[in-house]
Design a protein around this ligand. Sequence first.
Ligand code: SF4
Length: 448
Amino acid sequence: MTEKYHIVTYGCQMNVHESEKIAGVLRRMGYEETQNKEDADVIVFNTCCIRENAENHAFGNIGALKKLKKQKPSLLIVVGGCMTQEKGKTEVLSKKFPFIDIMFGTLNLEELETLIRQKREQKKRVVKIRETEGEIVETLEPYRTSYPNAWVNITYGCNNFCSYCIVPYVRGRERSRKPENIIAECKKLVAEGYKEITLLGQNVNSYGADGSTGMNFAELLDAVASIEGNFRLRFMTSHPKDFNEEVVKVMQKHRKIMRLVHLPVQSGSNAVLQAMNRRYTREKYLSEIKMLRSYFPEAEVTTDIIVGFPNETEEDYLQTESLVKEVDFASAFTFVYSKRTGTKAATMEGQIPEDVQKDRIMRLVELVNSLTRKKSEKYLGKTVEILCEDYDEKRGLYLGRDEFGRMGYFKSEKNLIGEFVVLKITEANGISLYGEIAENLESDKAGE
Ligand code: SF4
């Protein structure tokens, strides 16, 4: 009987894609996927340590496997990802959960197969965490589960050391993949029928900044967008200190590139931005939005915002509110500052009391939601082209996103996943749109 794997993923898109690589390794070893932990022969936790919540969540889920492991001692429990890469974390995990069989880090994912084989031959737990980043490994073929969307790493790691962020400590310094490998991967995806490619990096704009690739991000984007075929292209995450007009000019050259930019602002206050070590100002951020919209008035921007950062005053917070109103984001991922041991911000004086943080996040969420609602309402009666991505069984509706990232739901007798569909919007509910298929209609996109 074929052995089965089950992967539990926490955190960001980077981790989701890395889980696809873990799945690729396991399938090559002959395992098959199961959605059910009880049926699995190997369970992999691909952890995240960006926020305490994600860590606690993983701790809870790993702990819950104690009983299953007792009933089925042959079950392999594997923990990888950002958490194991954190200094001292494997010791904590070993003590807390002695039934973990294997631990590996973000910097040695390619060793997973060897570690599993090693564990099969010995009783002892296998722990292998690489301390420093090595050469980029190009042989990890992902098992993609997100058709028609595909993620393609262009960089790994980060050099920015924002004062609240643990990523550079657990994912190493920034390394850029060779352009020929990225382009070959994208060509293959297009040939396989993928319809949306996202170029992925902690800071895509600094691609090739170390001079190792002979191409900067704008040139890479141009090369990928020049691949023939019917697909959309986007990129994330952009860093406001590096986002520039050269990239926007490439967007203008290619209609394939979505008019949607994820540009995390984090705060609207210069004092907080400086304390965060973000290396741009509110004014620079706003000037980039202005520049982007001078090319594409309809361009949408999504963002990440942290409230309650150490020493953030009410005035600082109000600066964030005013920036949110000025930019009119399509959506914003809003977070309460979470202290991460090992980062500079964790040692800062002036940590903000929880009740103040809560009050600010509630006000911000309300503001963001009201702006998003207003934006959705503008779609009513318009037609938009969406890429059908999935079927929502609960609602009995297909769904997909337009090039501005707005989700649209619709009814169809036919499976349209992977097809571009023109919808006439009949209802707007929060960030979601509902519509009817409007075939043979020219797309009259909202905001134009
Ligand atoms: S750019 Fe800043 S927030 Fe983003 S991964 Fe790097 S250090 Fe973290």
